[in-house]
Structure formats: structure tokens, C-alpha cells
Design a protein around this ligand. Structure first.
Ligand SMILES: *Cc1c(COP(=O)(O)O)cnc(C)c1O
Length: 425
């Protein structure tokens, strides 16, 4: 689709909504402008292609299809079966997995289904602590995972701020968990899945690797894959994978039946067939050489942005990045993550506050800012833009002056004009 066709397509969609619901049409239009005119640096976000968007907004939203292809509890599933089969086949090809379930509505549901397939309430699980980069569903006390299981958190080392694999081995030997959960939401370094699987298997534990953030790099071989080593691998489909908002689980053949039963009827009812169709489209895109180039650029951009921020004097958690994301540690005496997030927001730069390892502030305030390059790279931004973005961030975080933030916002808008998204208004 060229830019003109995209504009016509998005105007058509908005007109269709406006005739029924002008309030939502306005919200949609405003969101499109916000995405177009700002710098999206939230590490878990991306911009899907018009093809993925169109499949999501399709007639398959109308269909009930409880069950699995060729084994449904409803009639009329012959075409949604095609969509789910394609999604499964492509996902298996992309990751080299024995078995895949593409029905989880989100990453959280994907994880829940693995817990249901492997553990009983009260079993012990190990998960990376939230403030050290882990995810709520990896055993946080407020999450169902923390409420259901006996959770032993593991941490990063204070010196390197990388996972303390020796301590993980000790904890595993002491607590004999049923399951070790690995993978992270705010961890900028390569994770040694092979070593974690070895540690688990020595003590008779299973492993669930949650690659929600790094799935894109794993798919193209730019991060070591957990698939050969771990019993279960879960992911979202909307982060670096650049598909629709959703989840997916891969597993070894011996767990296929248990997993499928855990997803449905264990955790979910009817699958979102329009989203599954969009997952199939996104997986086809991810199998293309263009996607490999995209991921290579995401990583180059992250290294450049991180290096520039360090050059400007910012302290980065673990001293750098191997992935698409980085964390600025603003320090316990610096401005808080919350303040930094608000201030960058006023300059048209969207990030999220984050805790840093051994943070002294509460999670809602935080001492860190998480930054990622997947979304801006999708727009076509490259190394030159990363240098400029680093200087934007530096100017905004160092200044108390609203006029400086406003000036950066104008420069951000100017920069984004050269990288139009989803058609101009
Ligand atoms: C984003 C994320 C999830 C959850 O995904 P949702 O789709 O928001 O439920 C799970 N695990 C990790 C590591 C994540 O980063």
C-alpha cells in the first residue's frame, strides 16, 4: 500500500465509525495523530502493518470456534480453521517448535495456561523478581501466580546487574521448585536459557521461558532460542513480533495435549479468531527477509541510542544493552522515573517509568526509565535519528524549564513528519 492508499483506507474506517459513534471516532482519530506525531519509545509497543490491522478488523470476530481446528464445538468453522492452521504452521516454522497453541488472548493468559498445565496450587515456582526485570505473572504477590503458588524470587547481581545464575542454582537446589520461570520485561541483556534449563533439570524442575519481549530476536536467530532447551516457551505476539495484541505458547510434543486442554477449556472460552487470523499474517511477515532486516535495525538502533545516552552521562542498568531495550537509572538522588516519564511526555516522547534493581522508590514512582527501539524502527528511523533522540531525552531530563520541553516537542513533531504512519490526516 502506498501512502495515498493508506490515508484513504484509514479515512474510510474512521468514517464508518463516525456514522455510528462520533465520540469513539474522535478518540480513534486522536490516537492515530498521537501515534503519528510523537516518538513511541515504550519497549513493549510496536506498529502493526495495515495487513495485520485489517485481519484484526475482519468478519472473523463474528465466529465462535471453541475447540481446535477440525475438533470444534461449533459448526461453520471451515474458514477459521484455515486461519488457525496457518497461524500454527507458521509459528512452528518461525521458532522450530514441536507444538504451538495460538489461542491465548494475551501474554498473561499464555503464562496462566502453562501454570495450569504443569502445577498444582501450593507448588513452588521460581521467577525473576519484578523490580529486577521480571513480569507480574512470574509470581508477584498481587498476581494470581503469586496467590496460587509458593514463589521464590531470584535476582540480578548487584555488581553486574545481570541474572545471578549461581544464586539461581542454589535456590533451585534448596527449594526444589516444580517450575522455573525465566524471561523478562525490563532486562536489557541476553538471557542464558540453556544454562537455566540445565540448572532446572539437575533438580528435576521444568522451565517456562517467557519471551514476550524478545520473540522477534529469537525468531530471526539474533537472541539464543529457549525452544530447544525448555519444556514451555510463552510469548506475546504484539511486541517485537509486531503482530496483533495476543499470546501464544510453544511446548515439547509430550506436553501438547496438556497444554491445549489448559488453554481451552482450562483458562479460556472461545478463541478470538480475527486475532488468530492477524497472528497468521504477522507470522508470514516475520518469516520474510524484510523482517530479519528490521530486527537487525532494532538492535543497531538500541545500541546507538544507549551508547549516545551513556556518552551524555546517563547511567544505564547493566552498563548497556544486548536487546531492543535499555533502562536509564536516574539514581536515588535524581529525578524519579515518574517525573521523567511525565516530562518526556510533555515533549512528545512516550516512555514508561520502571523500577531498577535494588530500587529504593515504590514501583509507582520508580528510579528508572525503560526505553525501546521497536516502534521507531518500524517507522523507518535509523542511526541518525537515534542520536537526535538521545539529545532530546537528555535536554528534557536535565531541564526544569517547560519552554525547553515545548521546544523539544516541536522538534519531535518535525522529525516524525518524515516518517508517516498509517496515512496523514
Ligand atoms: C508483556 C509481558 C507479558 C504479558 O503480556 P500481556 O499481553 O500484557 O498480558 C508477559 N510476560 C512478559 C515477560 C511480558 O513482558
Amino acid at each position: 500500500m502506498n501512502q495515498h492508499e493508506r490515508t484513504a483506507y484509514f479515512n474510510f474506517l474512521e468514517t464508518a465509525v463516525r456514522q455510528t459513534d462520533p465520540e469513539i471516532a474522535t478518540a480513534l482519530n486522536n490516537e492515530r495523530h498521537r501515534e503519528n506525531e510523537g516518538l513511541e519509545l515504550i519497549a513493549s509497543e510496536n506498529f502493526v502493518s495495515p495487513a495485520v490491522l485489517a485481519a484484526m478488523g475482519s468478519v472473523m470476530t463474528n465466529k465462535y470456534a471453541e475447540g481446535y481446528p477440525a475438533k470444534r464445538y461449533y459448526g461453520g468453522c471451515e474458514f477459521v480453521d484455515v486461519a488457525e492452521e496457518l497461524a500454527r504452521t507458521r509459528a512452528k516454522q518461525l521458532f522450530g517448535a514441536d507444538h504451538v497453541n495460538v489461542q491465548p488472548h494475551s501474554g498473561a493468559q499464555a503464562n496462566m495456561s502453562v501454570y495450569l498445565a504443569t502445577c498444582q496450587p501450593g507448588d513452588t515456582i521460581l521467577g525473576l523478581d519484578l523490580s529486577h526485570g521480571g513480569h507480574l505473572t512470574h509470581g508477584h504477590p498481587l498476581n494470581y501466580s503469586g496467590k496460587t503458588f509458593k514463589v521464590v524470587p531470584y535476582l540480578v547481581r548487584p555488581d553486574t546487574e545481570t541474572i545471578d545464575y549461581d544464586a539461581l542454582r542454589e535456590l533451585t537446589r534448596t527449594h526444589r521448585p516444580r517450575l522455573i520461570v525465566c524471561g523478562a520485561s525490563a532486562y536489557p541483556r541476553t538471557i542464558d536459557f540453556e544454562l537455566i534449563a540445565k540448572i532446572a533439570h539437575e533438580s528435576g524442575a521444568m522451565v517456562m521461558a517467557d519471551i514476550a519481549h524478545i520473540a522477534g530476536m529469537v525468531a530471526v536467530g539474533m537472541h539464543p532460542s529457549p525452544v530447544p532447551h525448555c519444556e514451555f516457551v510463552t510469548t506475546t505476539t504484539h511486541k517485537t513480533l509486531r503482530g496483533p495484541r495476543g499470546g501464544m505458547v510453544m511446548c515439547k510434543q509430550e506436553f501438547a495435549e496438556a497444554l491445549d486442554k489448559a488453554v481451552f477449556p482450562g483458562v479460556q472460552g472461545g478463541p478470538l479468531m480475527h486475532v488468530i487470523a492477524a497472528k497468521a499474517v504477522a507470522f508470514a511477515e516475520a518469516l520474510s527477509p524484510a523482517y530479519r532486516d528490521y530486527i537487525a535495525k532494532v538492535l543497531e538502533n538500541a545500541r546507538m541510542l544507549c551508547g549516545e545516552l551513556q556518552f551524555l552521562g546517563w547511567r544505564m542498568v547493566s552498563g548497556g544493552t544486548d536487546t531492543h531495550l535499555m533502562l536509564i537509572n536516574l539514581g536515588s538522588d535524581g529525578i524519579s522515573g515518574k517525573k521523567g516519564e511525565d516530562r518526556l511526555g510533555k515533549a512528545g516522547i512516550t516512555v514508561n517509568k520502571n523500577t531498577v534493581p535494588f530500587d529504593t522508590r515504590k514501583p509507582y514512582i520508580g528510579s528508572g526509565i525503560r526505553i525501546g527501539t521497536p516502534a521507531v524502527t518500524t517507522r523507518g528511523m535509523g542511526l541518525n535519528e537515534m542520536k537526535v533522540i538521545a539529545s532530546f531525552i537528555d535536554r528534557v531530563l536535565k531541564s526544569e524549564d517547560e519552554a525547553v520541553w515545548a521546544r523539544v516537542k516541536a522538534e519531535v513533531e518535525e522529525m516524525t513528519k518524515a516518517f508517516p504512519l498509517y496515512g496523514q490526516a
